[in-house]
Design a protein around this ligand. Structure first.
Ligand SMILES: *Cc1c(COP(=O)(O)O)cnc(C)c1O
Length: 343
């Protein structure tokens, strides 16, 4: 085994074709055995359900090297559960959990040379996804599906320090008001493209979406959940059934409560209370936590006490603890770090 000759530290978050991907097809009511393939392209009929009615869901997780040289992924069982929930919501078949976990192992092992070394900050990003593959013109679910896991090496999320970002409260909706906001699906991302381009054009890094019904409560950003810290050190995270249940956020909540002994509240968070928070972060697989320094709510600017230079102290502690668990330098809960044996 020889690692690819790549400058891992300067890789962007982009797609680079690796050697293998995992593919399994669903036809006549059953999944085939699945296999690894070198073919990065997919040929589909022009009328495939995924093209016409966006019947597609996905997941995202990372494979990386721990300090003691093991190749691991973080809590892949939760990605399997969430893919199932997303698939069922779009009337797609379930890809069995044990098969999902086996596919993750197979595709990481086959691409072991693409898993960046410890300390580089880079990771091998895994993108499991499923889509309706046969032709459908009347509105109905497909009968045939493909499940696939592609992999691509991605660079460190924070190059040169985790600088806090500026976000705005947006009037756009992230997803259908009473629809699919709690599933990981391309359709929600398609709905967010206009809003994110608009935010960037106006000088903001991200959007803070509000609940569509009352527009008074904080939901999430386009691709990450919120975590706030109160001035007396309590961790607060929005509870809503229309946000995507982030695995990173759920893990950070457990770290805060059980390891750091912090008080955690999962509850509705109102826009009006934003000025009361000391710290704010966005949590997701890519960054773990991305600190927010400023929130612009239309004509009001909220500068969080943590400021625009560094992560707030509680955010930093959460970040260091979870990344320590992931990298094997801190003991975490049983089963969080799943090792893949590379022979
Ligand atoms: C993937 C995703 C997240 C983050 O979830 P993780 O499991 O932590 O990566 C948050 N919000 C949305 C909308 C997402 O698609």
């Amino acid at each position: 085994m020889a690692k690819k000759d790549i400058d891992w530290g300067s890789l962007p978050f982009g797609y680079m074709e690796t050697d293998y991907r995992y593919v399994s097809n669903f036809k006549n009511g059953a999944w085939d055995n699945g296999e690894l393939t070198k073919d990065a392209n997919i040929t589909l009929n022009e009328c495939a359900c995924v093209f016409q009615y966006a019947q597609t869901v996905f997941e995202g997780l990372k494979a990386y090297t721990t300090k003691d040289g093991r190749t691991v992924v973080f809590r892949p069982d939760l990605n399997a559960d969430r893919l199932r929930d997303s698939a069922l919501r779009l009337k797609m078949p379930e890809f069995p959990k044990e098969r999902f976990l086996e596919a993750v192992d197979m595709v990481v092992k086959a691409n072991a040379d693409w898993v960046p070394p410890y300390g580089s900050g880079a990771t091998l990003y895994l993108r499991p996804f499923m889509f309706g593959s046969n032709s459908v013109i009347g509105v109905k679910p497909a009968d045939e599906y493909q499940f696939r896991i592609l992999t691509t090496p991605v660079g460190p999320y924070f190059k040169g320090g985790a600088k806090p970002i500026t976000i705005r409260v947006t009037d756009f909706d992230r997803a259908a008001p009473h629809g699919t906001g709690n599933i990981k699906a391309g359709l929600n991302y398609a709905m967010s493209l206009y809003a994110i381009v608009d935010a960037h054009e106006k000088g903001f890094d991200e959007n803070m979406y509000l609940d569509a019904t009352t527009r008074t409560k904080v939901e999430e950003t386009g691709g990450a959940n919120f975590l706030f810290v109160t001035k007396d050190g309590k961790v607060v995270t929005p509870k809503s059934d229309s946000i995507l249940p982030s695995i990173t956020r759920r893990s950070l909540v457990q770290v805060a409560r059980d390891i750091l002994g912090l008080e955690v509240e999962e509850r509705e968070v109102f826009v009006d209370e934003l000025p009361d928070f000391a710290e704010c972060g966005l949590c997701g697989t890519a960054a773990v936590i991305s600190p927010v320094g400023k929130i612009v709510n239309h004509d009001k600017e909220i500068l969080l006490p943590a400021g625009m230079e560094n992560m707030g102290p509680v955010t930093k502690k959460l970040y260091d603890t979870l990344t320590g668990i992931q990298m094997g330098t801190i003991d975490g809960p049983e089963g969080w770090v799943h090792e893949i044996k590379i022979d």
